[in-house]
Design a protein around this ligand. Structure first.
Ligand code: AMP
Length: 451
């Protein structure tokens, strides 16, 4: 077994890591920390939740701790690029945690706030800047920040940065860095754009891929309720009447939609806040802080909050609308079942969203779509109530009869799949992955490293 002390980290960093209570490094930390410490360029393929933030923050701090500090005005010795302001803030908090026994200047450079304090924070030079690409470019163009002394650059959630159209900005930023530097790229997936970015800007990178066998998705109880568009708000109120929903993120497709849903919940007496790109940075941060602290039960969000944000105890994710991009579904529901917990994801799906749901099923390899043969088990189009909720209000005998006749010889919708009701043998009719779980599949993480 590898321990943090085996990873070549300086004493103040080790002490800070121990203070967090972490006992051993996660697989990505075990592979990435020594590679960065060795000065190699690294491509890390890992999702949030794998401990990837510390995998690049710790070696960056290690270089700061072990090298003589020379600060040049407006420069930084390390740069971390992130797609969203919230993720930048979260990484900055990580840096604070792990550098609490050191002196580190790590300003956050993001849009949505006044640039003046940012210029001031960088004026004497920074150890590490955590930035979103757009605002960083503004500062580079105005001459407030220079990257010619930057020795390490990290592009975190690189695939999301591509999705958000940051590729031209990233190319400009990379071009402003010295040719002799260390480049680290972290991404959940490896689309072609990232491969070509790596080819153009990295030197013989070491590729480290961490595939969590126990992906959060496997610990999430997923269900889909067919609801008419006009009845979605009512269906949402019905779902939220359940007190076991202690902390939920409700996802909408649009910023306006998030505002409308949040107001509707507040009008119905449910504490809710909206978070999306049209809110000021201080509003976004305030909402997130209140939600994290448990002061607000419901956070209504667009996909901006779906990735990277690490809140441990989200009990439910509710997709008020399905996302246009199927990958976003996985990222959205990954907001629950974090840090080894389980979670529940409920999606409301109207007729116009069936094709989106099919795309999600294709991507995840799971059957979620209530077909006419098992609508009875999955929900009522008008109210969004599941059959079990409706049954609760009926006498037992009536429930038994209805369920029996509705399911006779048909397929029923389960947490993971549909399988024939008539089958009695354990595992029979189940997809291979379901059978594996029954047999006690290993929950360890698989790591593969290759040049
Ligand atoms: P990340 O993938 O960086 O978003 O981290 C996911 C979660 O794992 C965060 O809550 C971290 O605080 C936590 N974490 C990071 N490293 C470790 C570790 N070595 N042991 C236990 N938890 C960790």
């Amino acid at each position: 077994m590898t321990y943090f002390k085996d990873l070549g980290l300086a004493e103040p960093i080790l002490r800070a890591v121990m203070a967090t209570g972490y006992t051993t490094p996660t697989p990505i930390q075990e592979s990435v920390i020594p590679a960065i410490n060795d000065g190699k360029d690294v491509i890390g393929i890992a999702q949030t939740g794998t401990g990837k933030t510390a995998s690049f923050v710790l070696p960056i701090l290690n270089r700061i701790a072990t090298n003589k500090k020379v600060h040049w005005p407006g420069t930084c010795s390390a740069l971390i690029l992130t797609p969203t302001r919230e993720l930048a803030q979260q990484i900055a908090e990580g840096i604070q945690t792990y550098s609490k026994f050191m002196k580190v200047n790590a300003p956050v450079i993001v849009g949505g706030v006044k640039p003046g304090p940012q210029v001031k924070a960088c004026a004497r030079g920074a150890d590490v800047i955590i930035a979103t690409p757009g605002r960083l470019l503004d500062h580079i163009q105005s001459g407030a920040i220079r990257l010619d002394r930057t020795l390490q650059v990290v592009a975190d959630e690189a695939d999301q940065m591509m999705d958000m159209g940051f590729l031209p900005a990233i190319r400009k930023i990379m071009a402003a860095l010295p040719a002799k530097r260390q480049t680290i790229l972290l991404s959940a997936t490896m689309p072609q754009q990232i491969r070509s970015l790596a080819k153009d800007f990295m030197h013989n990178p070491k590729e480290i891929s961490v595939a969590p066998v126990s992906k959060p998705i496997e610990r999430i109880e997923q269900s889909v309720r067919r609801v008419e568009k006009a009845h979605k708000k009512k269906a949402l109120l019905g779902i939220l009447a359940d007190n076991s929903i202690t902390k939920a993120v409700v996802f909408t497709r649009t910023k306006r939609g998030a505002n409308v849903v949040a107001s509707h919940l507040v009008d119905a007496g449910i504490e809710a806040l909206a978070i999306h790109g049209n809110k000021s940075q201080s509003q976004r941060q305030k909402s997130l802080t209140s939600f994290k602290a448990g002061k607000t039960r419901i956070l209504v969000a667009t996909d901006i909050a779906a990735r990277g944000i690490d809140i441990d105890d989200v009990s439910h994710v509710i997709n008020f609308e399905l996302p246009n991009v199927p990958e976003s579904y996985v990222h959205r529901i990954g907001r629950t079942a974090r840090a080894g917990r389980s979670g529940v994801a409920i999606s409301l799906c109207d007729q116009s969203e069936i094709s989106l749901l099919k795309d999600i099923e294709k991507l995840t390899g799971q059957n979620l779509l209530p077909t006419s043969s098992h609508d009875a088990a999955c929900g009522d189009h008008k109210t969004g109530k599941s059959q079990s909720e409706k049954n609760q209000r009926k006498p037992k005998r009536a429930r038994r009869q209805k369920t029996k006749s509705a399911n006779a010889g048909k397929y029923v919708h389960t947490k993971k799949s549909r399988h024939p009701r008539k089958e009695k043998k354990p595992g029979a009719g189940m997809p291979a992955d379901g059978l594996m779980r029954m047999l006690g599949e290993s929950k360890s993480m698989a790591v593969s490293a290759a040049h």
